[in-house]
Design a protein around this ligand. Sequence first.
Ligand code: PDD
Length: 298
Amino acid sequence: MTVRAKARRAPPGRVAYVDGRYLLHGMASVHIEDRGLQFADSVYEVFFVSDGKLMDEAPHLDRLERSLDAIGMKLPMTRKALGLIMQEVVRRNRLTTGFLYLQMTRGVAPRDHAATDAMRPLLILTAKPVNSQAIETRRAAGVAVVTTDDIRWGRCDIKTTALLPNVLAKTEARKRGAYEAWFVDRDGMVTEGSSTNAWIVDGNGVAITRSISDNILPGVTRRVALDAATAAGVKIEERAFSRDEAYGAREAFLTSATGGVMPVIRIDGKSIGDGEPGPVATRLQALYRALSAANAAP
Ligand code: PDD
């Protein structure tokens, strides 16, 4: 389908924000010399919107600032102003349940690898409605995961749009009939999913997820789920686990803004536990939702 045909099919009134302007989603575009396109010289965030509210807004913005700082960029406006623009995009899209995508590129400039301070950052916001029932159906069934070599760079903690290894891994997962791919490092340890953090539950009911380092994205859902679990007395360990340990786990699950806490029932074709979503994952989802709703902007 052509871009124009797609634009015509876009839901009426879907609106994007690009560099100071609210535009019809189908007509919104960036310049061919935008550094996000040329070099993936850009960072991003994904917010879950529930009941028209941005979930976990503050920790997502904290991470955005951290990613920007790591690549020598700054927010081009105050956090308050950015928050107002995000709310306006949610409002103009009449978004009740869905996602808000934020990308910040280093801007448009004649192609040269080297960045300069003179470059003017470009902010892009898009909104996407989601069928929450479809997510709940998936959660009730659980998902399959396949493992793949972690071929990524040394700064996976920066939420950059340079996602080619993640794209290839997710594509491989879909081809192999799975929902997500888990990256495995050279030591046979799971790092994280292509767009999710990875968890297992051991035979003692301890929920285990890799500790934060340069090797994984510090997931906001991971953090909020950890806080909620700790407050509720769920046993937690932040440490690396191997692919073999995952195969033998009592439960496994994923966390992300897009899926919350999502049970994993198969890894590389092997059933995990009894092959059904487990009680720890189900409980953590309820705890996560409650805490993230409490943290939501008014
Ligand atoms: N992905 N790890 C990776 C590599 C991710 O891309 C993501 C998020 C996560 C989970 O982070 P959070 O809980 O903050 O969403 C972990 C987003 C959802 C995406 O790229 O669509």
